[in-house]
Design a protein around this ligand. Structure first.
Ligand code: ADP
Ligand code: MG
Length: 384
């Protein structure tokens, strides 16, 4: 089998940036995606268009590549299992067993609890009978979160009492959920980590994240001075999680930093993460290149921060700034942004702009922290 070819499940922007990193290392890429002409598929050498449970197409995929990763959080674990059982396949990263845990909030939380790491008080809600038998009183105000397939704040409802909880649970179709206590957050942090099949680990610098309407808005890196003990604690949490999952690949841990100084695990993503996009410009080896290196059996790269950096997400909403009609998005003019020093624009090549849809991101990297902040403010102002 041609070793200079890597495979990725999922065709979104994370797969596109993986493909760009793999290309730079001289690899061809095969994208397997249920979406035709996806952001990744449209730049990869090969694109297999099929649902994730189509075994024949998965077998075809494996004739083209023997080293496979995923960019889509919710690839069925059976798909990963099926691929890893094909004789010619060398590496499926991450493994089905790791993904199975983090795809389901109930399993994910009990795993985190089993490691003795901090997390928000929660209970699992598995059936309507649980509403009668479980004591929820110390979890209000809380957030009811669907156990699987939630993202960008979707499948989450805030509740303050039993009545609201009952309604919210019904609204989520009585599907398995967790009710989590709403915490007072000082900051939201995240850390991306890469671990290869030999157990070598590289952690990226900590991101400080701001969300808007449940969607990541901004990640700042190198602009807050964290004490060594915080850095060690955050790195230690991610390392512990990766080791205990026997994880091979790139993963992200989202964390809550509480007012009282404690650090809680929010969730684990078994793939490169939106809050790690800064690493494309701001680290010698990006999170996507680490993913490619792990698949290609190349050494992990340098993750030191080169300069302070801010990443701003570019949502479809910016396509409606000049548009008088909701059905006619107009692409913003990028000229004003592109002339600012230290700015890199990434567009994901999505055919249709919709409100709330991630269309691209902007990275602002400069030596001077103050100027990074000023420039980010200008970019945000232009796109508002
Ligand atoms: P998603 O899968 O949509 O990213 P998260 O569980 O990360 O779901 O929740 C999205 C955002 O909602 C978080 O980044 C945070 O801003 C807020 N949030 C989630 N859970 C809590 C909580 N227990 N307390 C306070 N804020 C929360
Ligand atoms: Mg999240």
């Amino acid at each position: 089998m041609n070793v200079k070819r890597l495979g990725i499940l999922g065709g979104g922007q994370l797969g596109r940036m993986f493909t760009q990193a793999a290309h730079r290392l001289g690899y061809e890429v095969v994208v397997f995606s249920p979406e035709l002409e996806s952001p990744a598929g449209s730049i990869a050498e090969y694109e297999i268009f099929a649902p994730y449970d189509d075994k024949e197409s998965l077998e075809n995929f494996a004739t083209l590549t023997s080293n496979i990763s995923t960019e889509f959080e919710n690839v069925p674990s059976e798909t990963l299992k099926f691929l890893s059982n094909i004789e010619t396949v060398d590496l499926v990263s991450p493994s089905a067993s790791a993904v199975e845990i983090v795809q389901d909030r109930i399993r994910e939380k009990s795993f985190v609890k089993s490691l003795d790491l901090g997390l928000a008080p929660y209970v699992a809600l598995k059936s309507p009978e649980d509403l009668e038998t479980i004591d929820f009183s110390n979890l209000f105000p809380g957030i009811l979160k669907i156990a699987s397939l939630g993202y960008d704040g979707k499948g989450q409802i805030q509740v303050t009492n039993m009545d609201e909880l009952k309604k919210a649970y019904e609204q989520l179709g009585h599907k398995p959920c967790v009710l989590e206590k709403k915490l007072n957050l000082k900051m939201e942090l995240s850390i991306v980590l890469a671990r290869n099949k030999y157990g070598d680990i590289k952690t990226f610098p900590i991101s400080v994240n701001t969300h808007k309407n449940g969607i990541l808005h901004m990640s700042e890196v190198g602009l807050h001075s964290f004490s060594d003990s915080i850095k060690e604690e955050v790195g230690g949490i991610a390392t512990e999680i990766a080791k205990k999952l026997n994880y091979v690949g790139v993963l992200c841990v989202e964390l809550f930093w509480l007012e009282d100084g404690s650090i809680y695990v929010n969730e684990i993503a078994p793939r490169p993460h939106n809050s790690g996009h800064f690493s494309i410009e701001a680290c010698t080896c990006s999170q996507f290149e680490q993913q490619a290196r792990i698949l290609a059996d190349l050494p992990l790269g340098d993750t030191q921060l080169i300069q302070p950096v801010i990443m701003l997400n570019l949502l479809g909403d910016a396509w409606f700034l000049e548009s008088a009609d909701e059905s006619y998005p107009i692409e913003p003019s990028w000229a004003e942004i592109l002339t600012l020093p230290g700015v890199n624009l990434h567009l994901y090549g999505k055919k249709e702009a919709r409100r709330g849809r991630k269309m691209g991101h902007v990275t602002i990297m400069l030596k001077d922290s103050h100027k990074v902040r000023e420039t980010a403010k200008k970019v945000a102002e232009i796109l508002k």
